[in-house]
Write a new protein. Structure first.
Length: 476
């Protein structure tokens, strides 16, 4: 795309948009000190590919970066729509407005064009720092003359929370496509949409069960780069009946170790990059038992958590797998769930999941391992510790942890890991009063290994493990 003039606005800051064995020998107990890093830069693109709106009537649409209101506007896919992908916004006499705030943006890039053979028209970019109560124009009016997408950039000189609106007058139409938000620090939004509904309604009737998903073209490869177990099998799990408490299940879009007696995963491992959360599929909410378990094993049902005070907490998140209906449905198998305290799940955990998706959009690929351990959590039904639910068939874990390895996108991933590679580990208590910020629960990989007995990142050379596994990430 062609880059046009730069507009400067010194009174606002831009926004970023996007809508759950053996230990290795330690060489010492000291944890290396970590020098705090400068806030990380981000660049996130709203592509307008994930939503659906076929009329000009006023309505809000869930997109990759959050909910947007479209007034006298729709998501168009006709030949006359200028677009970089399958869809773009077609705006007539109305506006396109964010329903959420974002922080830390320094530059905003908007791709735009005339619609078909419509006459020349103008539009404005507006910004609000009071949650959308009032808007002020940034820069000058943009005159729409091109029938192919061009890009205007807007520089924002101050920091703070902000939301944006594109407003157009007149009856001619324009197209708005990729909006890119570049900045530093935590943008404070949920990228790819929330992984839980505000209320996790289990229902009173169990849904039909499902077997192993078919591996589509969007599924990670069985081995090598981008595969689910590239960094190792933490507990040496096998698909053998004698390993009922450490049973390996390949669900194609993620791989897990499952416990028959606990009725939950021990850990789940997967790879994450932007190809995994394209927004091609919306959240399916099709929770189901997994019929692929060995005969005579109890199958946790879609309603087994009903009235327990605990969410059906995903290990591999729904938001990490929106590239197809099959991919998203795979995350709703009950073998991917743990009984998770609602606030822990919907606040603390959701914020970390969103953060990792944001890093993936900033040029990283992420290898993730999530697990849980112990017995007894505190949900929303009472202040008492609950050890099991579903008449004792499902164990409530005491702690929930996650390890993420971040690499710049590339090939030969294992060989590219060095002593300076960023590895984030967090460990949260499974209670309903956790702090919303995941940064309060940062630990080292060795801390998690010490508690669980797992050998995490075991496919890395030992000398690399001995460095990256002992560092506590600064959380920047």
């Amino acid at each position: 795309m062609k880059l046009k003039n730069i507009l400067t606005y010194s009174g606002f800051i831009g926004i970023l948009i996007l809508s759950s064995c053996s230990k290795k020998t330690s060489i010492g107990d000291e944890t290396p000190t970590t020098t705090p890093k400068a806030p990380m830069a981000y660049a996130i693109t709203e592509t307008f590919e994930s939503g659906s709106k076929g009329s000009y009537t006023l309505d809000s649409v869930q997109l990759l970066t959050g909910k947007w209101t479209l007034s006298d506007a729709l998501l168009g896919n006709l030949a006359a729509d200028a677009r970089d992908g399958a869809k773009s916004v077609r705006l007539r006499t109305g506006y396109l407005s964010m329903n959420f705030d974002i922080a830390g943006t320094q530059m905003i890039y908007v791709s735009h064009a005339k619609y078909g053979t419509d006459a020349i028209s103008t539009w404005q970019l507006l910004a609000s720092t009071d949650g959308g109560k009032t808007f002020t124009q940034l820069g000058t009016d943009i005159t729409e003359t091109s029938t192919t997408l061009v890009t205007d950039s807007f520089k924002v000189a101050t920091t703070g929370k902000i939301r944006f609106q594109i407003k157009k007058a007149g009856t001619t139409r324009i197209n708005i496509d990729d909006i890119i938000f570049k900045g530093t620090g935590d943008p404070g939004i949920t990228v790819g949409g929330a992984d839980t509904d505000p209320v996790d309604n289990d229902g009173s009737t169990a849904s039909p069960g499902r077997g192993t998903p078919d591996a589509g073209a969007d599924a990670p490869p069985a081995g090598g780069d981008n595969s689910n177990l590239l960094f190792g099998n933490p507990s040496g799990a096998t698909a053998n009946l004698v390993s009922a408490e450490n049973y390996l299940i390949d669900q194609k879009y993620y791989t897990e170790s499952y416990s028959m007696t606990r009725g939950t995963p021990n850990w789940v491992s997967w790879h994450l990059d932007p190809n995994n959360f394209t927004g091609a599929a919306s959240r399916k909410n099709d929770f189901a038992s997994f019929t692929g378990l060995p005969a005579n094993w109890y199958q946790v049902q879609s309603n087994s958590y009903s009235d327990s005070g605990f969410d059906r907490g995903h290990n591999c998140p729904s938001g990490d797998r929106t590239s197809s209906n099959t991919a998203n449905s795979a995350t709703f198998l009950m073998t991917n769930m743990i009984p998770q305290a609602p606030k822990n799940n919907q606040k603390t955990w959701e914020s970390f999941e969103s953060y990792l998706r944001t890093q993936a959009l900033n040029g990283y690929e992420v290898y993730v391992i999530m697990g849980s351990y112990g017995t007894g959590g505190i949900g929303s039904a009472s202040a008492s510790v609950v050890n099991t639910i579903n008449n004792g068939k499902v164990t409530v874990p005491a702690n929930v942890w996650k390890v993420a390895v971040l690499l710049k996108t590339g090939d030969h991933d294992i060989s590219r890991v060095s002593s300076s590679t960023r590895v984030i580990a967090i460990n949260t208590p499974n209670i309903n009063s956790t702090n919303p910020s995941w940064k309060n629960y940062i630990v080292s990989v060795r801390d998690i290994e010490s508690t669980t007995g797992y050998n995490l990142l075991s496919n890395l050379p030992q000398n690399i493990q001995d460095v990256v596994e002992k560092v506590k990430d600064p959380g920047n």
